[in-house]
Each structure stands twice: as C-alpha cells, then as structure tokens.
Design a protein around this ligand. Structure first.
Ligand SMILES: [Zn+2]
Length: 229
C-alpha cells in the first residue's frame, strides 16, 4: 500500500524480465533440442525413443527396432545419393556426347536452296533507358550524375518523357534525388554551378521516351480526307 492508500501495480520491468527469460529459455531449448552437449547433432529419433529395459526382450519392441533400423538405413541411403548428386562430375567426353552439336550457320536452308531468316531484320529495337543500357548504379552520393537530370533554370527534375527513363529507374532516381537533398548534398531550387557545363545526356525540348517525327503535325494536316473515309 502506498501512503495515499493506493495499491501499486507490480513492477512492470521485473514482470517483463521474467517473461523474457522464459521466452529465451524456450528458444534456446528449441535450438539445441536435436544436439548433443558437444554441439554434434543427435542421431535420428534418438531424442524420442526412450524404452525401459524390461521391454527390450519383447517381440513387439524387437520388431519396432528392426523397422526403425530400416527407416534409418533408408534415410542414410537417401543422403548418400544426394551427396553423390551434388559432387557429380562428368568427364569431357561425356559432356561432349550430352551436348547437341549445332550447325555453324544460324539460319536454316530449305530444300529449294532459299534461306529462311529466324529473326526479321526490320524488327524494331526495344527502347532501353540509359541506366538499363549501360547498367549504371544509382547512388545518392553521386551528385554529379543526379544533377545531370535536373533543370539548370528551375532546379527541378526533368519529366520521364524528357529523360527517357523507364518507370522503375525514374522512380529510383526520384527517391535517390530526394535522399541526396534531404542529406544536404544537393540544393532544392537550383543546379549546382560546378555541374552546369556538364555534357547533356538528352535534349530537354524533345520527347526522348517515344520519339515522334518532326513532320508529325504536317502529315496530320496534309493527310487526304478520302483515305480516312
Ligand atoms: Zn530502364
């Protein structure tokens, strides 16, 4: 009882400590359940089968022991097979036999004597952004690289269509830029004057994500209305 006549709750810290100790004990028990005191692992089922000596002469127990032995042998055999598979090494001749020998020419020749191309030479190349193409890692400490994507007039990051980056890399760039600014490595509203004369990676007045031809508007205006009908 307190001097105010109020019953004090038991010390929370001691209760927590007790709970923690039981919890940690349980964890340790689980961890070392299948180990001996040396740290070596116990044999299969050794921890479970505790049989008194009276039952050792009984037929049931003998049968059980025999079956258990069979299971143990099977388990060991499986492990040996697994080890053999992992350490399997083929000789060079066997490898050469297993690998199919391809023809030197990539393209197939038909019976007429014509050649059938497997890939069309007119196919469009897939767009790749700068980071994906050259495998450039993005880092918040690389301020010079980050400032190349920032406008020298406003200090803001150029849009995705101007930079020509893919969605994932643009998001990553945004995050790294934010981190660099938060840590005080980069300014918010202007480009660092040291990096102003750096070479441009892209034209800021052009759509670099999906390239539109220059005479797009003219073609649209001068198109024959009859064709569309
Ligand atoms: Zn990309």
């Amino acid at each position: 009882m307190n001097r105010f006549g109020v019953k004090i709750a038991p010390n929370v810290r001691s209760v927590l400590a007790a709970a923690y100790s039981t919890r940690s004990k349980n964890i340790l028990r689980q961890r070392y359940q299948h180990r001996n005191k040396d740290g070596t692992f116990k044999e299969f089922n050794e921890s479970i089968t505790v049989v008194p000596k009276e039952f050792e002469q009984q037929d049931e127990y003998k049968n059980e022991k025999r079956v258990g032995q069979i299971y143990q042998d099977r388990y060991k055999k499986q492990q040996q097979a697994k080890q053999y598979l992992f350490t399997l090494k083929l000789s060079k001749e066997e490898i050469a036999e297993s690998v199919e020998q391809k023809d030197v020419c990539e393209h197939r020749t038909q019976e007429d004597g014509t050649i059938q191309l497997e890939k069309s030479p007119y196919r469009k190349k897939q767009h790749q952004c700068i980071f994906c193409k050259y495998n450039v890692p993005l880092d918040y400490k690389n301020v010079q690289l980050l400032s190349q994507f920032v406008s020298p007039h406003t200090g803001l990051l150029y849009g995705q269509e101007v930079t020509g980056l893919c969605y994932f890399k643009y998001k990553e760039l945004e995050n790294t830029l934010f981190k660099a600014r938060k840590l005080g490595l980069m300014p918010f509203f202007y480009k660092e004057t040291v990096f102003v004369n750096d070479p441009n990676l892209f034209d800021p007045f052009k759509n670099n994500l999906k390239q539109i031809p220059d005479d797009y508007d003219k073609r649209k205006l001068n198109a024959d209305p009859k064709i569309n009908e």
